[in-house]
Design a protein around this ligand. Structure first.
Ligand code: FHN
Length: 420
């Protein structure tokens, strides 16, 4: 069964990409770090003493802040506590295999050294450093793949970009000119000056035409043939599909897809947002996504000082601890044979099915209805001795005798060795 309702409109995978070997690393990676970082981290959701409702990185739009006022924030942006090595190391310790960071979000401010504008972190801030350069070097050093988020359609600073109707007349915008003479040269910079880039993560396709989306994909692939293009380039021409934000399909989707998701409610740092998801919810979400064939791109929103908020750090490290034990059931794994039970998720690799028991049975027996395959042996993934668990097969269920207490109250993984 396939459920594609969660895939964001127009953000599907191009035909044929399912067989593309360039996606192999991405399919195996399963878990990435999203970073939303920009000038919006300075107001952090508060403008002129008032909390602005909604996600932090949209403050310019929600408060209809004039370009001339918003751009003054650059003069204050001095994230002296930014440390690329620490961010990359956090992603590694969290078990994340790739990082995608905002090079340019909808506010139009460039977090990299662009020659196409002076509205960038090197030219316009006292910081004067290029954090994407530092991150690129650090990702190389620590063996993590790096991708850049780039808002191709919305740009509230550029007079011809989409979305700012309080400074500019939307009907008079030359979107094609903006795309040709601003977006494309910047994409070229991002794919020329930072070494190998694994993903260009376009977002909010909006008015972009099929020909324009296609030309962006071709530009990326011309410059770096192995670089993947997120489906949000629009018009179903990306290398992989993207769901709506925080949206997870109800069952397996026959595509390469990814859920971008928040760890609290905002993407960009917002000082009032304390709605942190628990480690339990985050681990269950990762498992749920992988059990349906997807990737989880989990966001952090660093502060204007360059610090990843401590509640995010703690949660990511808890996920890393769980993955250090159970990563075999996630990395390189795909959907398992049993779907649709509230207490169980299944992932699989050739010859192995992983039962993720999210709620431990009270009577020392895990009953898996509908499991019909032959099982050679079963053991707890967390058990280094791989002590065999007794298994009985009934016509309509598999019965596994298990310890009375859940070895891992969040998700205990039972490995079933099956016929390959
Ligand atoms: O408008 C953006 C939003 O700010 C954020 O970047 C998310 C991340 O997926 N994408 C857009 C909304 O879907």
């Amino acid at each position: 069964m396939t459920d594609i309702s969660a895939i964001r409109e127009g953000s599907g995978q191009r035909p044929g990409a399912r067989q593309d070997p360039r996606l192999a690393w991405w399919r195996a990676a399963r878990f990435g770090m999203f970073i939303h970082w920009g000038l919006y981290a300075i107001p952090a959701g508060i403008w002129k003493g008032q909390e602005v409702p909604g996600i932090g990185e949209w403050i310019m739009h929600r408060a209809r802040i004039p370009v001339r006022e918003y751009e003054q924030l650059a003069r204050q942006f001095n994230p002296t506590r930014f440390n690329a090595a620490e961010w990359v190391s956090l992603a590694r310790r969290a078990g994340q295999r790739y990082i995608v960071i905002t090079a340019k979000h909808h506010d139009g401010f460039c977090m990299f050294d662009s020659k196409v504008t002076t509205y960038d972190i090197v030219d316009a801030t006292p910081f004067g450093r290029d954090p994407l350069k530092e991150l690129a070097a650090e990702c190389q050093r620590q063996g993590i793949r790096l991708g850049f988020y780039y808002s191709q359609t919305q740009d509230w600073h550029h007079p011809d970009g989409d979305g700012n109707d309080w400074d500019y007349d939307e009907s008079r915008k030359d979107f094609d000119g903006y795309l040709e003479h601003y977006v494309k040269p910047q994409v070229r910079e991002l794919l020329t000056n930072y070494g190998p880039i694994s993903i260009i993560w376009f977002d909010t396709p909006r008015r972009i035409t099929p020909a324009q989306s296609q030309s962006l994909v071709e530009l990326v692939h011309d410059l770096q043939p192995d670089c993947l293009v997120c489906g949000r380039v629009g018009n179903q021409v990306g290398d992989y599909a993207s769901t709506g934000d925080n949206r997870i399909p109800t069952t397996v989707v026959e595509a390469d897809w990814e859920t971008p998701a928040t760890i609290n409610d905002t993407w960009g740092y917002k000082v009032t947002d304390h709605n942190w998801k628990s480690p339990r919810v985050l681990i269950h979400t990762l498992v749920d996504i992988v059990s349906k064939g997807g990737n989880y791109l989990l966001n952090v929103g660093p502060t204007a000082e360059g610090v990843i908020p401590q509640p995010s750090v703690e949660r990511l490290l808890a996920m890393g601890d769980w993955l250090a034990v159970n990563g075999e059931a996630i990395y390189g794994a795909g959907p398992g044979p049993i779907q649709g039970l509230h207490w169980l998720r299944t992932t699989a690799k050739p010859g192995k099915v992983y039962l993720h028991v999210l709620s431990w049975p009270p009577d020392g027996e895990v009953r898996v209805p509908g499991f019909t395959g032959a099982v050679r042996r079963a053991y707890l993934l967390a058990d280094p001795a791989r002590a065999e668990l007794p298994v009985r097969t009934h016509p309509d269920a598999l019965l596994i005798t298990v310890p009375a207490r859940a070895p891992d109250p969040i998700d205990t993984v039972i490995v079933l060795e099956t016929e390959a």
